[in-house]
Design a protein around this ligand. Structure first.
Ligand SMILES: Cc1cc2nc3c(=O)[nH]c(=O)nc-3n(C[C@H](O)[C@H](O)[C@H](O)COP(=O)(O)O)c2cc1C
Length: 368
């Protein structure tokens, strides 16, 4: 009979799962643990992009699955993972893992070392190059048969930069989406401490001058409170709030380049594989001193648009005209591949300030 895993082992696994990044740090998961298994439920109300399809959450399940495998490898636990992603709802678990002590020796995966180190680094990078060893290491680690593929560029065609900018703008111009995003921005340390989720203003560390960023954040906070967004303010939004505010080739030239992960189809299992690849890529880059900042506003629109499962409200569609073709030309992926996760990466300035780190809610885990 398989040996039971201990409470401490469960705790190590669930703590690692809590660290898995989520859009806007919305943490839309509920982890339920039993003596020898755990289940992960989606909480769609907490999921960003409430009116979108749930593609990024399915990708998130892949990131959770990868984290589960990595953290289990360290403590010699075998995780038998099952997904239930057809007819998804909040009522049934999307992922179930039966856990037991492994009979044979499991070797600890070195990537697990990055699980508690990983974070989103939105600061300026201090260089880096796609010729650095980590990028060939990443290519070597990619599985040939995986439906998920990873591409990098260090040249930024103008039409692509415009598209990225427009996708960010579409989020601001779309009332429902803007309000949803606004729910997750934390403008004070007190708010951060009491909610333990969302995005602390300090984590949007684009500028060195934090005080200036703070004033901008407060101004944005006031507009959010009043839901007052005149056109001139929306045009200035990138200066206040948006991560891609300095969206120029000069800005992206601070690092090594941009990455994009694609999948072969719209099947949920392919998205899960993409999620695994996202997490592995992120961990390896962080472990080699590279920062990662996801840039997903565009691809989270392009992916379902290309599949025909979603489109922006009609008046905003001009903003993402030819999105798929431009992405395909930029990254050079083949016809039928679907882009789902883009990011910028470069050598990190150094250790990340503790007070800018995002927090996690402990109430996401329920022990039964
Ligand atoms: C699927 C996904 C999409 C994301 N998209 C963006 C994005 O477009 N821009 C950004 O700055 N951060 C993005 N993030 C980063 C999250 O905001 C971040 O992971 C979360 O706030 C937790 O912070 P941490 O990564 O520092 O732990 C994304 C994360 C995930 C998992």
């Amino acid at each position: 009979m398989a040996k039971k895993i201990t409470v401490e082992q469960f705790t190590q696994i669930t703590q690692a799962l809590l660290q898995v990044p989520t859009p806007e740090n919305s943490q839309p998961w509920k982890i339920v643990t039993y003596t020898d298994k755990l289940e992960i439920f989606h909480q769609s109300k907490r999921a960003k992009l409430a009116t979108f399809p749930d593609d990024l959450s399915v990708l998130g399940i892949g990131m959770l699955a990868e984290t589960l495998s990595l953290s289990c490898s360290v403590i010699g636990v075998k995780a038998d993972i099952h997904y239930d992603l057809k007819g998804r709802s909040d009522e049934k678990p999307w992922l179930t893992a039966n856990l037991s002590i492994a009979n044979a020796q499991i070797s600890s995966d070195p990537l697990a070392k990055g699980l508690f180190l990983r974070h989103s680094d939105r600061r300026k990078y201090i260089g880096g190059s796609l010729n650095d060893a980590v990028f060939s290491e990443l290519q070597q680690k990619m599985l040939d048969k995986s439906p998920a593929k990873l591409y990098f560029i260090d040249q930024y065609p103008k039409d692509y930069l415009n598209l990225l900018k427009n996708a960010d703008l579409s989020v601001m111009l779309w009332d429902e989406m803007r309000k949803d995003m606004g729910l997750w921005v934390r403008f004070t340390d007190k708010q951060v401490a009491s909610t333990q989720d969302g995005m602390p203003w300090r984590s949007l560390l684009r500028n060195k001058e934090n005080w200036q960023h703070y004033v901008q954040s407060r101004a944005w906070w006031l507009s959010t409170k009043l839901d007052w967004f005149p056109e001139w303010l929306i045009n200035l939004q990138s200066k206040f709030f948006d991560d891609s505010g300095d969206l120029t080739p000069a800005h992206f030239d601070d690092g090594a380049g941009l990455g994009c992960i694609t999948v072969k189809s719209g099947y949920p299992n392919d998205l899960v594989e993409a999620g695994r690849l996202v997490l592995r890529t992120w961990l390896l880059l962080n472990l080699r001193g590279y920062g990662v900042q996801p840039l997903t506003n565009l691809v989270s629109i392009t992916y379902p648009r290309q599949l025909g499962t979603f489109d922006l409200p009609k008046p905003l569609r001009y903003l993402v005209k030819d999105d798929y073709a431009i992405l395909q030309n930029t990254y050079g992926f083949s016809e039928n591949e679907l882009p789902i996760f883009c990011f910028r990466t470069g050598l990190s300035m150094g250790s990340y300030p503790e007070n800018a780190k995002t927090l996690r809610r402990e109430d996401r885990v329920l022990n039964k």
